[in-house]
Design a protein around this ligand. Structure first.
Ligand SMILES: [Zn+2]
Length: 326
């Protein structure tokens, strides 16, 4: 057990997509990750010295932590050097987060924010321009409750972006020459088809308590994707081609999207001690088994982002009234 206080950055699904050789991934040396069917989902933590540590969230892993202090603290900001390189700049002042997960200063300095205004004529740095000028994908994602969104992913993040979102099913509808064209298409889809660009994290977690049947979600997604492809076929925008390609969901998400009884995690993640075994993971949502009960719970780890924790052999308290769970 250690008393090191870590700042939680969140859940990341970097690594090779399903079906690709583990050797193709830069982090394949980690046996825990090589065992995974896809990606290598981790909880990324920042130590007080500023270096990063990653906890594997594969099925069977145990996660135990204590929230060390109340509130959220600034996660710093991102600087984009080129298409394939970005660095994370720590917050100099280590202050409480004023805007979500950042302080005012880091929010202003964050370059990943600028990419959303590039296609409207916003100014970008040379590194960010290099990043944005690479190939991008437009996708349609459907979540466990049927909510469907349009979104974009850069070439290298084509698969992992959707894994991090926790989609139930998704399809790529266009390959664009750069990040400017793809965001023009994204806005067009929202304006003409009415698809949202964001589904809230709490809504995704709620939907996983009672996911709709896979066939229904596939049909919903296919309908929306077809409508978008028809729109793209008649648009005057240049610099993309329409595609029909399914995203492959990681197998370790299956248990969360399939039928079966599960319950909302009974404790808030803004305080206290927590410990459970991971049996499945979709996006940032864990299907967790608590010690002393056969019931499984959906834990939304995105609630931990920007919070300070210490790691240890903790166990979540099982809700007192078991009958209410069944
Ligand atoms: Zn800051």
């Amino acid at each position: 057990m250690t008393d090191t206080r870590y700042l939680v950055h969140g859940v990341f699904w970097d690594g090779p997509p399903p079906g690709s050789s583990p050797a193709a991934g830069s982090k394949a040396a980690d046996p825990a990750k090589a065992m995974d069917d896809a990606g290598g989902p981790v909880l990324r933590l920042q130590s007080p010295e500023g270096d990063f540590r990653e906890l594997g969230l594969h099925s069977g892993a145990r996660l135990g932590f204590r929230v060390a202090q109340p509130g959220r603290f600034c996660l710093g900001h991102v600087q984009v050097q080129s298409a394939g390189s970005r660095s994370h700049i720590l917050c100099g002042s280590r202050v409480p987060a004023a805007r979500g997960k950042q302080c005012e200063r880091c929010f202003v300095l964050d370059e990943s924010r600028l990419m959303h205004d590039f296609h409207r004529g916003g100014r970008v740095t040379p590194g960010l321009r290099d990043y944005l000028m690479q190939e991008h994908w437009l996708y349609i994602a459907t979540f466990a409750g049927g909510a469907t969104k349009v979104g974009t992913a850069s070439g290298p993040r084509k698969w992992s972006r959707l894994a991090e979102q926790g989609a139930a099913t998704a399809a790529y509808v266009a390959r664009a020459q750069d990040g400017r064209v793809v965001r023009i298409l994204e806005d067009l889809v929202t304006a003409e088809v009415g698809l949202t660009q964001q589904v809230r994290s709490a809504a995704k977690a709620d939907a996983l308590l009672q996911p709709l049947p896979a066939a229904d979600l596939l049909a919903t997604n296919a309908r929306a994707a077809a409508e978008v492809r028809a729109l793209l076929a008649r648009t005057a925008v240049d610099g993309f081609e329409t595609v029909a390609e399914q995203w492959v969901r990681p197998a370790q998400a299956d248990a969360l999207h399939g039928p079966g009884q599960r319950h909302p995690y009974p404790h808030a993640l803004d305080q206290g001690q927590h410990g459970f075994r991971i049996t499945a993971l979709s996006g940032a949502n864990v299907l967790a088994r608590l010690d002393g009960t056969d019931a499984v719970f959906v834990v939304n780890l995105s609630q931990l982002a920007a919070r300070t924790i210490t790691l240890g052999d903790y166990a979540s308290e099982v809700p007192a009234v078991q009958e209410s769970l069944f």
